[in-house]
Write a protein that binds this ligand. Sequence first.
Ligand SMILES: NC(=O)c1ccc[n+]([C@@H]2O[C@H](COP(=O)([O-])OP(=O)(O)OC[C@H]3O[C@@H](n4cnc5c(N)ncnc54)[C@H](OP(=O)(O)O)[C@@H]3O)[C@@H](O)[C@H]2O)c1
Length: 198
Amino acid sequence: MTNSTTPKKPKLAAIVAHANDLVIGRDGQMPWHLPADLKYFKACTLGSPVVMGRKTLDSIGRLLPGRDNLIVSGHPRKVTGQFETQPTNQQTTESWWQDPFEAASAGLKRAAEARQDYCFVIGGGGIYEQLLPYCEALFVTQIDLDVAGDTFFPSYASGTGWQLSELTEGQIDERNAYAHRFAIYTRSDTQVEQLSAI
Ligand SMILES: NC(=O)c1ccc[n+]([C@@H]2O[C@H](COP(=O)([O-])OP(=O)(O)OC[C@H]3O[C@@H](n4cnc5c(N)ncnc54)[C@H](OP(=O)(O)O)[C@@H]3O)[C@@H](O)[C@H]2O)c1
């Protein structure tokens, strides 16, 4: 039984924006400018733990404010595998992990402590590839844009177990030049690989 003091059981979710052919990056950046997606990303992830590869941190250029930042690297820059603070929503923290699965497990634990619904896997390509099998939800911004890329999102096409559960069309305007939509996919527990608890 749950009550107001019992932590929730959060889910691991991936959040990504991709252009046609699942392009997510080129030369260390996202090869488009779409402020509506950045706003959506912030609204979804604020207050939640976010797991990212070291190259994604470098491409963002700073920690994401108001979130627990869990960074995966073979050469951690500082404290490894620990948080230095008590969990509260919307605090900015940083921890470094040599193993993406340990980072995701720690992020889920942290999400439970902070009473968040999700720990988000935020990329890039290498981290999505490794952690998508463990995700129960997928938040995707689909951008109608043909662009060359060097980094791609794994396929989530029909047949991979993902089911569309929500779809919202984005608005084209003077700042958001490409047609885009925000889609949420889910899949049943039985199709999700389980992380070992840490
Ligand atoms: N469109 C989107 O939504 C989105 C989101 C995020 C990123 N991106 C784009 O994706 C690109 C970056 O993706 P990426 O695939 O090149 O890099 P990445 O996944 O962000 O980071 C890769 C790095 O993570 C560390 N790492 C990954 N797996 C590891 C493991 N098993 N053990 C230890 N360390 C591990 C390594 O860091 P070390 O080299 O330090 O050892 C590796 O070099 C950029 O273009 C970025 O703009 C797009």
